[in-house]
Design a protein around this ligand. Sequence first.
Ligand code: SF4
Ligand code: SF4
Ligand code: FES
Length: 241
Amino acid sequence: MGETLMGETVRLSIYRFDPERDDEPRMQDFEAPVTRRGMKLLDALNYIKWNVDGTLSFRRSCGEGVCGSDGMNINGVNGLACITDVAGLKQPIRVRPLPGMRVIRDLVVDTSHFFEQYRFIKPWLRTEAPAPEHERPQTPAERAELDGFYECILCACCTTSCPSWWWNGERFLGPATLLQADRWIRDSRDEATGERLDALEDAFRLYRCHQIMNCMEACPKGLNPTRAIDHIKRLLLLRKS
Ligand code: SF4
Ligand code: SF4
Ligand code: FES
């Protein structure tokens, strides 16, 4: 399909499941009018929720690709509904929850374990030295080390596209958390690099990545978790030699 035109409609097939009422999930067909040029998938979902079926459940907040709350599986690929153009998507657009997470309702998944894993890497600046009077300075080069890392919005699109995480998600930390771990390891102001590496040196937490690269393809921010995972592995090798 090419560009969608005002006055046209888009057809969607959306995953529905309410564990309190339904025995099993089903796909439900909907239509939504094209309301503007560059219409996004989130516009269509909002239209359906506000005008057709108020029980349709999904998360969203910023609408701008910043909060990371509307990750979902769109025609088989994870992405953010708010920055996905409906134009160009094969119809009916098949919309499902992020794979590998328990469904709470419709497109809303339980992210508790994902954020527990994130907390495990202690995602904050850890220092021993007394705090300076004003700030902890970085050179432009040190700051540039964080490019490609600080932009992560924890949408989980990468982690939930990773087969290793589907199979070993209880123990493998997954690409998003490992990218965040590397973000702190790379931070020139952080003084806990050794402890951070100790916590990752584990057959499952880190080494279950088999370089399948789904994570990189799924990231709506264009980030590369495999680069982070490689970097951590290299640092672990270096400190052994
Ligand atoms: S490269 Fe590693 S982290 Fe990324 S999808 Fe593959 S196994 Fe998962
Ligand atoms: S690395 Fe990309 S896909 Fe993964 S959580 Fe961060 S922003 Fe989302
Ligand atoms: S609604 Fe915030 S990233 Fe899509």
